[in-house]
Design a binder for this molecule. Structure first.
Ligand code: NAG
Ligand code: NAG
Ligand code: NAG
Ligand code: NAG
Length: 392
């Protein structure tokens, strides 16, 4: 079982880390906000998850609304698995083996996943697979900028689904398209008070994008490495379980950390199943950083430094001290547009413009989220990138 699992994961990873065609670039966009035009597919709706409920019941409201879309998405993953190993063998394996894994996941994640399986009618193993996917295959752009008044604005594009089924008629990636209707904003409450808010995919219990109002904002981006995620996942399956799933750590930090410094410490020091970038913004001047993680520890923390003229930090999927893969350089165009915007003009509006410029916006971009810690605001928008647009 582990061998098959390793095989699919390795194949997807190899595919995801190589993009073959130079990016289609354009001039920095302006006037894109409020979101409008062909790159905007709709605002994301809000749900509440009550953390006082037992984990198995927390997601019932979200799943009641998104069940059909979740089933469609899982069916597409089944079809892809069938194309990869014909005869339904791979999904049989997922259905038999992955449910065994759910009880090894830390509290409350195993129970939340079981609750989602029950509420949606999707087999448990397939919900587990859906939750593992994002740990390994997400490419993104995240930026935190400080304006001249000391306000911090955090924006991100979430790009997902490269090589997951090309729809030649629509010129789109099947999985990216099917994810769009699953995007939800979630208000996590305890004692009827907001603890944190996130942009999520319905059915997924980890966090990729979130805000703890007035305290910090956090996004996670995939970091490709030879010592990649699938090795950690394989070790987990084989019984070595002293490492944390990345998006479970971000969730735990959003839920429990009470300051920027505490969040930074936990994100930098907790052992992880896979390498990652954490992009963290605080609530005071100078508090924003990119934490570059190996599985063991933090390799580097790059912080805003106004004295050095560094008023923003920006991360795609490459170590900031190295050149990005030249075929997948979203960093240079994004930095160019941040520079063109200037610190004096930074706002949710101008960050949305930067995140709307190709190839920062691309065919894999499912959503754009904008967060402002001082007002506790989180807004997110479903995106589209009509051709010509990278990749393909
Ligand atoms: C193709 O695009 C059209 C129009 O955007 C949409 O209605 C249709 O559902 C899409 N088909 C698939 C398979 O995504
Ligand atoms: C939660 O708070 C809202 C207003 O903030 C109120 O309308 C609602 O009744 C409260 N719910 C509970 C269960 O206390
Ligand atoms: C920033 O966060 C700290 C730690 O939680 C808190 O004590 C402080 O009041 C916050 N500052 C603002 C301006 O919200
Ligand atoms: C952005 O501005 C910084 C500081 O002036 C400069 O070092 C950097 O080369 C600029 N980058 C781009 C891509 O324009």
């Amino acid at each position: 079982m582990a061998r098959y699992f390793y095989l699919i994961l390795a194949a997807f990873c190899a595919a995801a880390s190589s993009q073959f065609i130079p990016p289609y670039t354009e001039d920095c966009r302006t006037g894109m906000y409020p979101p409008n035009g062909p790159t905007f597919k709709g605002a994301v709706s809000w749900y509440t998850v009550n953390l006082d409920l037992p984990p198995k019941e927390r997601w019932n409201g979200v799943i009641a609304d998104k069940k059909t879309q979740l089933v469609t998405m899982i069916q597409a993953i089944r079809d892809l698995a069938d194309a990869f190993v014909p005869g339904g063998k791979l999904i049989e394996l997922v259905d038999v083996a992955l449910p065994l894994m759910v009880d090894t996941l830390p509290y409350p994640f195993g129970d939340e996943i079981k609750g989602i399986a029950t509420a949606s009618g999707v087999p448990l193993g397939e919900v587990v697979l859906f939750n593992i996917f994002y740990e390994v295959f997400t490419v993104c752009t995240s930026v935190v900028a400080e304006d001249t008044k000391g306000n911090l604005v955090h924006g991100r594009n979430l790009d997902f689904g490269l090589f997951m089924g090309w729809d030649a008629k629509n010129k789109s990636w099947v999985v990216s398209e099917l994810l769009k209707p699953l995007v939800v904003n979630v208000d996590f409450r305890r004692n009827n008070k907001t603890v944190f808010k996130s942009t999520n995919f319905a059915g997924y219990v980890g966090m990729l994008t979130g805000i703890k109002p007035n305290v910090f904002t956090l996004t996670m981006n995939e970091r490709f490495s030879l010592d990649g995620g699938y090795i950690g996942i394989l070790e987990w399956i084989l019984g070595k379980r002293d490492e944390m799933w990345m998006s479970f750590l971000t969730r735990s930090v959003l839920e429990n950390a009470t300051s920027y410094e505490e969040a930074k410490f936990r994100l930098a020091q907790t052992k992880l199943l896979a390498p990652a970038y954490f992009i963290l913004g605080g609530n005071a001047t100078g508090q924003a950083c990119i934490i570059t993680r190996s599985r063991i520890t933090s390799l580097d923390i790059l912080e805003i430094d106004l004295k050095l003229g560094r008023w923003f930090v920006l991360e795609t999927n490459y170590d900031h001290w190295k050149e990005p893969l030249f075929l997948d350089d979203r960093r240079t165009p994004a930095v160019k547009c941040m520079n063109a915007t200037s610190q004096a003009k930074i706002s949710m509006k101008t960050i949305y413009d930067v995140l709307s410029t190709k190839p920062v916006l691309n065919k894999l971009t499912t959503y754009t989220t904008l967060m402002q810690v001082s007002s506790g605001t989180l807004e997110s928008y479903i995106r589209d990138c009509p051709s010509p647009c990278m990749p393909w």
